[in-house]
Design a protein around this ligand. Structure first.
Ligand code: AMP
Length: 284
């Protein structure tokens, strides 16, 4: 049975009693196979997995979907329970704070900001978003004190922000980035996909297909990058694209002239739903 904890004090007590390796998977809930993949990987490697579900108000902008964000705790508990059953010698502790103040006490006034990475690309369109993410993840790391924390590469810029924070603040844990889980059509799984109508779901295919096409134009060769950039310019004439960016995979720098690893980051917007995706590639 999944051990559910809703209070920070209770979490601290539970954590103090652990003797084995602790893995950690932070989420905002409304779980799908992408989240469960992270949990499963954590269960394979660690004795105990702390799994958090917290819809973090600090990472939503004023006109974003904080109120409407799907909260499905009972179903989430069932999914975690099914996964936990496959690992009878392991334990999952689910931390789902009953109140925002369990994480951010009233009058708390501190923010973590990874200055450069947080203001590029997605961060430029959503000011403060990555500061909100870094602040909550720092707080959760401090409570859970994991040996390893698992993040999806689906949110690639977020993964880089967290990695930088851990390095800069010398937080003693390892960050693991897990591959993107997609549905059979190629659409990256996301809690926000359920906002899409049937028609929009069909139109969403353009996102993963376009990224794949650009990757195949580059075909791991530096000499094809200019051609790919020209194609991106044409593709961006469709106003549904918030951006398609070809960047250095470590720094997100625009200057990729000597980059060995590239990332192609994109957001395609259908109605009010912004769909994020990315692909990684190496240059020979
Ligand atoms: P969220 O609940 O959307 O904040 O996501 C929690 C964690 O799950 C983050 O590290 C995400 O990157 C990861 N995640 C979300 N969707 C996927 C996916 N389709 N594949 C892999 N990881 C994912």
């Amino acid at each position: 049975m999944v051990k559910l904890i809703t209070k920070t004090q209770q979490l601290k007590e539970e954590r103090a009693s652990e003797i084995g390796d602790v893995g950690f998977v932070p989420t905002m809930g409304n779980l799908h196979a992408g989240h469960i993949y992270l949990l499963e990987e954590a269960l394979k490697v660690n004795d105990v997995v702390y799994f958090s579900i917290f819809v973090n108000p600090k990472q939503f902008g004023p006109n974003e979907d904080f109120d409407k964000y799907p909260r499905t705790i009972e179903n989430d508990i069932a999914l975690i329970g099914e996964c936990e059953k496959k690992y009878p010698r392991k334990k999952v502790v689910l931390f789902s704070p009953e109140d925002v103040q369990e994480i951010f006490p009233q009058n708390s006034d501190t923010q973590i900001s990874v200055q450069t990475l947080s203001t590029l690309i997605e961060g430029a369109l959503r000011p403060g978003h990555f500061d909100g993410v870094a602040t909550v993840v720092y707080r959760l790391f401090d409570l859970v004190k994991p040996k390893i924390a698992y993040f999806g590469l689906k949110d690639y810029q977020q993964y880089l922000v967290i990695r930088q924070m851990v390095k800069d603040l010398n937080i003693p844990l390892e960050i693991i980035g897990m591959p993107i889980i997609r549905d059979e059509s190629g659409l990256a799984l996301s809690s926000r996909n359920q906002y899409l109508t049937t028609e929009q779901k069909k139109n969403a295919l353009i996102l993963s297909q376009t990224l794949k096409k650009i990757k195949s134009v580059i075909d791991n060769k530096k000499s094809n990058i200019d051609q790919a950039k020209k194609e991106i310019e044409i593709i961006l004439k469709d106003n549904n694209w918030n951006y398609i960016e070809l960047r250095d995979a470590e720094t997100l720098s625009e200057d990729i002239s000597s980059s060995r690893k590239l990332t192609l980051l994109a957001v395609y917007q259908l109605g009010t739903t912004r769909l994020l995706d990315n692909l990684q590639m190496e240059i020979e």
